[in-house]
Write a protein that binds this ligand. Structure first.
Ligand code: ATP
Length: 479
C-alpha cells in the first residue's frame, strides 16, 4: 500500500441523519502527521459529527475517510489507529486510577509488568504520577480528564481525537490544561484533532484551525491566518472582536468605508466593487484631537476619521471603547489608554491592518414564477408586484427575483408577514445590522436594518411590491 503524505484525509464527506438534516455537507480536509488541528465552530455546526466520522462512531453518508492512505470510511472504531477523549471523562467510577488507565491493555491480555510500565509512563505524561491508587471519584475534574487522556494515549494511537475535553473545567484549570496539552502533543509527537467552540482555545493550541458553520468548512488556516485574514464575515465575526463594515473597493490599493478613502494592500477586486472590510479593534490608532495630526511610528499622519467616545470599559489589559464617527459609524477600538466617554478623538488605520473580503452576495435572489393578478411566487409564497412589472412577463413565466437587503421589512407579529421566520445570525456593520432570517422552510433571507433584533426572535417578513425586482431567467430583460 502506498503511504499518503497525510495521516488523515477527509474527502467530500457528507453526513445526513434520518430526519434529512445534513450535519456535514461536502467536507474535505487533509491532516499531516503530527499536526495539532482544531475544529472550531458554534454549537451544532457539525464538529462532533466530523470527529465521530473520523473515529468511526458514525459513518459518512457520502465521501470517504482515509487513515494513512487506507480507506477506513466504514471500518469499526476499534480497528482504527485512533483514540478519542470525550468531554465527559467516561471513567469507570468503581476502578482506581491505575485500573482505569490499564483497562484497555488488560483486555488485550498484555503482560502485567509491561502494563505497569506503560501505565506509569502514561500517568507521567499527563502529570499524574503518584495518583495510581486514588479513587477516580476523589479527583478534581481536571485530574479526571488527565486520567482520561492517559487512558487514551496508553494505546499509543497515531491520532488522538479530543472532543471538547476541557469544556467541563473552570477557566483557570482550562488555561493550565491547554498549556499541558500543547506540551503533551510535542512530547508524544502524534496527531491531535481537537474539537472546541472556544475560539481563544483554538488559536492558543493549534497548528491549524478549521472553522465550520452549518456542516461546511468556512476556512482552514493557521491561527494567524484565520485571525488576520478571515475569508468571510462569519469567520471574522466568530474569531476575535472585529469591526465589519460595508465598503467599496475604489481601485487596487484604495478602499472606501465610513465614507472615507483608505489606502490598503489588497488588489484584484476590480474598480467600484462592493466588498466587506474587517478592521480589528486593536488595529485602530486612537488619540485625543488637539491638532489634526498624530504621530505614528515616527511619521506624521493626518487623522483619517474623527469622532466621539461613546463608552469605555476596562478589560483587564486594555480598554475597549466605542467611538461614533462624525459620519455616523460606530467602531470598536482597543487601546492601553482609556479615553473617557465624550472625548473627541481622531482615528487612524494603517493599510496592512485593513482586510478586504469579497461580498458573499449583493442582494437576496430567489427563483420565482409570475402568477395572475400581479403576483409572483417565490419562497413558496405569493407576493404582490406592481402591474407595470407583471405585464412585462407571461403568466407562468419563470423569473429571477431580487430584493435588496434594506428593503426586507421585519414585523414583530408573525401574522403581519407574508412569510414567517427566525432571526438566526446578526452581524453589526457599524451603522446597521445585517441579519440572516431563516424561514420556517429553511430558506435564508438577508436583511439590513437599524432595528435591534435578537437571535431567535420570531418575525413576519414583508417586502413592498415596488421593491421586488424581476428578471428574465436569461438575464436579458432586466427591469
Ligand atoms: P456542539 O458544539 O453543540 O456539540 P457540534 O458542532 O459538535 O455541536 P454536532 O453534534 O456535530 O454539532 O451536530 C451537528 C448537527 O447534527 C446538529 O444540528 C445536531 O442536532 C445534528 N445531529 C447530531 N447527531 C444527530 C443524530 N444522531 N440524529 C439527528 N441529528 C443529529
Amino acid at each position: 500500500m502506498q503511504k499518503s503524505d497525510f495521516i488523515i484525509e477527509v474527502n467530500h464527506v457528507s453526513k445526513q441523519f434520518e430526519d434529512g438534516k445534513f450535519a456535514l455537507d461536502d467536507v474535505s480536509l487533509q491532516i499531516k502527521k503530527g499536526e495539532f488541528v482544531t475544529i472550531l465552530g458554534p454549537s451544532g455546526c457539525g464538529k462532533t459529527t466530523l470527529l465521530r466520522c473520523i473515529a468511526g462512531f458514525q459513518v459518512a453518508t457520502e465521501g470517504d475517510i482515509l487513515l494513512n492512505g487506507e480507506d477506513v470510511t466504514t471500518m469499526p472504531p476499534h480497528m482504527r489507529d485512533v483514540n478519542t477523549v470525550f468531554q465527559k471523562y467516561a471513567l469507570f467510577p468503581h476502578l482506581n486510577v491505575f485500573d482505569n488507565v490499564a483497562f484497555g491493555l488488560k483486555l488485550k491480555k498484555m503482560d502485567k509488568k509491561v502494563i505497569e510500565k506503560k501505565v506509569k509512563q502514561a500517568l507521567k505524561t499527563v502529570g499524574m504520577t503518584d495518583y495510581e491508587y486514588r479513587d477516580v471519584d476523589s479527583l478534581s475534574g481536571g485530574q479526571q480528564q488527565r486520567v482520561a487522556i492517559a487512558r487514551a494515549i496508553i494505546n499509543e494511537p497515531e491520532v488522538l481525537l479530543l472532543d471538547e475535553p476541557l469544556a467541563a473545567l473552570d477557566l483557570k484549570m482550562r488555561k493550565d490544561m491547554q498549556m499541558e496539552l500543547r506540551e503533551m502533543h510535542k512530547k508524544l509527537g502524534i496527531t491531535f484533532i481537537y474539537v472546541t467552540h472556544d475560539q481563544e482555545e483554538a488559536l492558543t493550541l493549534s497548528d491549524r484551525v478549521v472553522v465550520m458553520r452549518e456542516g461546511k468548512i468556512q476556512q482552514i488556516g493557521t491561527p494567524t491566518d484565520v485571525y488576520n485574514e478571515p475569508q468571510n464575515c462569519f469567520v471574522a465575526d466568530f474569531i476575535g472582536e472585529s469591526n465589519i463594515l460595508d465598503a467599496t473597493m475604489v481601485k487596487d490599493g484604495v478602499v472606501n468605508f465610513c465614507e472615507k478613502d483608505f489606502e490598503c494592500v489588497d488588489k484584484g477586486f476590480g474598480e467600484d466593487t462592493e466588498v466587506d472590510v474587517v478592521v480589528r479593534p486593536e488595529d485602530i490608532y486612537i488619540g485625543k484631537v488637539r491638532g489634526e495630526r498624530l504621530e505614528v511610528k515616527g511619521e506624521e499622519s493626518p487623522w483619517q476619521l474623527h469622532g466621539e467616545v461613546q463608552s469605555c470599559i476596562f478589560k483587564g489589559v486594555h480598554y475597549e471603547m466605542t467611538v461614533l464617527t462624525d459620519e455616523g459609524y460606530e467602531l470598536m477600538i482597543q487601546d492601553y489608554h482609556a479615553f473617557e466617554p465624550g472625548t473627541k478623538v481622531g482615528l487612524l488605520v494603517k493599510p496592512e491592518d485593513i482586510q478586504v473580503m469579497k461580498k458573499e452576495r449583493l442582494c437576496n435572489t430567489f427563483d420565482g414564477e409570475v402568477l395572475e393578478d400581479n403576483r409572483v411566487r417565490f419562497l413558496d409564497e405569493e407576493w404582490d408586484i406592481p402591474e407595470r412589472v407583471a405585464e412585462r412577463f407571461e403568466v407562468g413565466e419563470e423569473v429571477e427575483v431580487e430584493v435588496d437587503f434594506n428593503r426586507v421589512n421585519l414585523q414583530d407579529d408573525e401574522e403581519d408577514g407574508v412569510l414567517c421566520g427566525e432571526v438566526y445570525f446578526i452581524l453589526y456593520k457599524g451603522d446597521h445590522y445585517h441579519l440572516t432570517v431563516r424561514t420556517d422552510d429553511g430558506d435564508d433571507i438577508f436583511v439590513d436594518t437599524n432595528d435591534v433584533w435578537d437571535d431567535g426572535d420570531r418575525v413576519g417578513i414583508r417586502v413592498a411590491p415596488s421593491y421586488i425586482r424581476l428578471y428574465k431567467k436569461d438575464r436579458a430583460g432586466a427591469l
